[in-house]
Design a protein around this ligand. Structure first.
Ligand code: PGA
Length: 230
């Protein structure tokens, strides 16, 4: 299983360091084949001792360096040996206005650099209510311009209506969607959307769920450890 923590716009450099110190003291208890990723905010990227986990970036601009006010590029990631990136999160698509074309450009750039890419897709409630065919059509459209055969590629299915809402997709919905997605892209497939201690057992038991991408329940070491060590 993969356990990925997406801090979003939470935590500081100081609190991220404390979090990682506390987390790493417990990670020897995890299943040795499990992988843990932490995506702190950009200002909290740093030189951390990370034997048991991987630090990734929530975002970056597809450039080495240059005139892109407010963005960071490869040079800033290389300082901390970051080579894992989240691309296509629904908050970046819907709130920050990243088009599929921009997402695909970002993907192509970081693929060229050999980054491990955790690529997020997900449908709105409106699409979900139209049924699985509409959901799959939407999800497949989010692979437009993306090389789904890329080796270092993990997909995260995150229904937008389940993100940060406390409303998780049902086991049936996750099963049906992950089974259909695996036929399209045969890569590790994470589920994300209100994953927490109370539902990790049933979600991780689903056959085509290879891990989870977690926002809210990842913000405290205790609640994240509840998932990793369940
Ligand atoms: P959530 O966020 O766990 O708070 O629903 C998941 C995500 O956006 O990755």
């Amino acid at each position: 299983m993969i356990y990925a923590a997406n801090f979003k716009t939470n935590h500081t450099r100081h609190s991220t360091r404390e979090y990682l110190t506390k987390l790493q003291l417990q990670l020897f208890k995890k299943n040795p084949t499990d992988k843990v990723y932490i995506f702190p905010p950009l200002t909290a990227l740093d030189d951390y001792e990370t034997n048991e986990l991987t630090i990734g970036t929530q975002n970056a601009y597809p450039v080495k360096n240059g005139a892109f006010t407010g963005e960071i590029g490869l040079e800033q990631l290389a300082e901390f040996k970051i080579n894992t990136i989240l691309i296509g999160h629904s908050e970046r698509r819907d709130i920050l206005g990243e088009s599929q074309e921009n997402v695909a450009k970002k993907f192509a750039f970081f693929k060229e650099q050999g980054f491990e890419i955790i690529y997020c897709i997900g449908e709105s409630l409106e699409v979900r209510e139209q049924g699985i065919d509409a959901v799959m059509e939407h999800l497949i459209s989010q692979f437009e311009g993306i090389d789904t055969n890329y080796d270092n590629f993990v997909v995260a299915y995150e229904p937008i209506w389940a993100i940060g809402t406390g409303r998780t997709a049902s086991v049936e919905e996750i099963t049906e969607t992950h089974n259909a997605l695996k036929k399209v892209v045969n890569k590790p497939l994470l589920y994300g959307g209100s994953v927490k201690g109370a539902n990790i057992a049933e979600i991780s038991a689903i056959e085509n769920v290879d891990g989870v991408l977690v926002g809210g329940a990842s913000l405290k070491t205790d609640t994240f450890l509840e998932l990793v060590l369940h």
